[in-house]
Design a binder for this molecule. Structure first.
Ligand code: SAH
Length: 529
């Protein structure tokens, strides 16, 4: 049984131990505020329960929480009680631990980054500072000043010589400020409110104490927020390192296959985006291995082996291995890769690509190969669907065999939550890394979502001209297209769009707005070049 802190929201602030616990748990009982991206770390087979699903309301729900924890633990299951921030800071973690202790159940307490620490780091307000604050007080603004079991001494707090942090204080902000002023805190004391600290919705407000309730109300600040009071607020730069992230607050949908999307998701998140995944195609073994096996057995007949995707590399070489061969079987074969990611996949097998084109698509590869393959035998290892351009081009000058080393199919279901967000226009960018993916998703997109795309509320970003063409053939406009046909190029294009036009025009290597529908070229065969 583990009582685990989930941190303030940013999944990167989970502890290593928290990640271990989540990936092992049979049952996870979590607070309402825990971020979706954190819940994704739970094994799909595990039972996942939000405390809201239990009977009662806070605080009458608490006995039900404890009962469930005890019940699951007694069945010998690995149970994780996942709480926002740190489990013991205004989180009843110690009370839950005591209940477990009383019931004779072993447990471990896993601390988490509490909201105050996140607000401090992500909004750049020091909690202590050698020259302005040598003490820190963390208090709750929730309990009624008069009725609480443990009433706070606001008279003392008003004279607190350091940084005062208030949790759960937004509902009663006017009364809290009033009380502090009445108790003698100077009206010009610097204050800040950090809402949704460490998440892509983070917002920070600074004001003098007397003005704080009015300013917070004007700007619509509410819960969950951390209130910071004290001179250290003055040390904050105008915009924090986190608030400078170029995609902060942008809602981006990544449509790459689940097993390939993670690096792109992390890059976007580190740039500040809120990312949702909508995998639309999946891959599997080819419908028949026979043609692949035959080609592998006769590999010595070929001079060139050409890969158009990372998956192609991995499926082909895995099959070669399983058939009893190893890398020596490739002999003097020359290797070509459609782009840097495919070349990297070869490198992971300790193979070097002899040819990588400068333009990462079928046309680029055909151009790079044409002068070299004349009169040779070429084996093309690829997906079972995609364009035949490469084969056609090379077949003019060489003998080309094409084999499907994996199959690609549309996933039967798209995540209803992400589809719903698209329907409601609650997405800023829909990204496509291949034309197959674009066709698969756009073919299943609801009418409202299509209207949002036409109106420019949801914007489509693509990896290459060919993918743009697929989008346009589905009747939708492309807002931005990557200059370099890689996921890094696509991300650079989004970042360029997020900045003011003036900086954008001065830069190269970012995105360009697609104004020229005639500029339509090749398709990647399945996305990752
Ligand atoms: N155990 C939690 C606190 C639970 S009390 C922790 O250690 O952080 C709930 C309060 O925490 C909220 O009312 C708010 O004051 C604060 N809080 C939680 N997450 C926050 C966030 N991301 N940004 C700002 N405040 C947050």
């Amino acid at each position: 049984m583990f009582l685990v802190g989930a941190g303030p929201g940013d999944p990167a602030l989970l502890t290593v131990r928290a990640v271990e616990c989540l990936s092992r748990a049979d049952v996870v009982l979590h607070d309402k505020l825990v971020a979706r991206r954190i819940l994704e770390l739970i094994r799909p087979e595990a039972r996942r329960i939000s405390v809201e699903e239990l009977p009662g309301e806070h605080p009458t729900r608490w006995p039900h929480i404890v009962r469930l924890l005890l019940e699951e633990a007694r069945h010998g299951r690995i149970v994780v009680r996942l709480k926002g921030g740190d489990p013991t800071i205004f989180g009843r973690g110690f009370e839950e631990a005591q209940a477990l202790r009383d019931a004779g159940i072993a447990y471990e307490l896993v601390p988490g980054v509490t909201a105050a620490l996140a607000a401090s780091a992500y909004a750049e307000i020091p909690l202590t500072h050698r020259s302005v604050s040598s003490a820190l007080a963390i208090v709750t603004g929730h309990d009624d000043v008069v009725d609480s079991e443990q009433p706070l001494d606001w008279q003392v707090l008003a004279r607190f010589p350091g940084t005062l942090i208030i949790y759960m204080g937004m509902r009663r902000l006017p009364q809290i400020v009033q009380t502090l002023l009445e108790q003698g805190m100077p009206p010009r004391t610097p204050t800040a409110v950090v809402q949704w600290a460490s998440t892509t919705r983070q917002q920070t407000l600074t004001a003098d104490l007397f003005d704080l309730p009015r300013r917070a109300a004007e700007r619509g600040f509410g819960s969950p927020s951390i209130i910071v009071i004290g001179p250290s607020v003055r040390c904050r730069p105008e915009v924090s390192w986190f608030e400078k992230r170029p995609l902060l607050g942008c809602r981006v949908v990544v449509t790459r296959p689940a097993h390939q999307g993670q690096a792109m998701v992390r890059s976007l998140e580190e740039l500040g985006a809120t990312v949702a995944c909508l995998p639309a195609v999946a891959i599997a073994e080819p419908s028949s291995w026979t043609p692949v096996d035959q080609a592998i057995d006769r590999l010595a007949e070929y001079q060139w082996l050409v890969f158009t995707s990372v998956n192609g590399v991995n499926y082909f070489l895995e099959r070669l291995w399983r058939r009893g061969y190893d890398l020596r079987h490739l002999g003097a074969l020359r290797l070509a890769a459609i782009g840097p990611a495919t070349a990297e996949a070869l490198q992971r097998w300790y193979l070097r690509a002899d040819v990588v084109p400068t333009r990462f698509d079928s046309e680029g590869l055909a151009t790079a190969l044409s002068p070299r393959v004349a009169g040779t035998k070429v084996l093309l290892a690829r997906a079972d669907r995609g364009r035949d351009l490469l084969q056609h081009e090379l077949a003019r000058i060489a003998s080309v065999d094409q084999i499907a080393v994996y199959s690609q199919f549309d996933t039967p279901h798209l995540d209803p939550l992400v589809l719903d967000a698209l329907q409601k226009g609650e997405v800023d960018w829909l990204t496509f890394t291949s034309s197959n993916i674009a066709r698969s998703i756009l073919g299943r997109l609801g009418d409202d979502a299509r209207r949002h795309v036409h109106a420019g509320r949801i914007r489509i970003a693509t990896i290459s001209p060919t993918t743009s063409q697929a989008v346009q053939q589905m009747g939708l406009p492309v807002a931005v297209e990557a200059v370099e046909a890689t996921t890094a190029g696509l991300i650079a294009a989004l970042v360029a769009q997020a900045r003011p036009m003036s900086t954008q025009l001065a830069e190269s290597g970012g995105g360009k707005i697609d104004e020229d529908p005639a500029r339509q070229q090749a398709d990647d065969i399945n996305g990752q070049k």
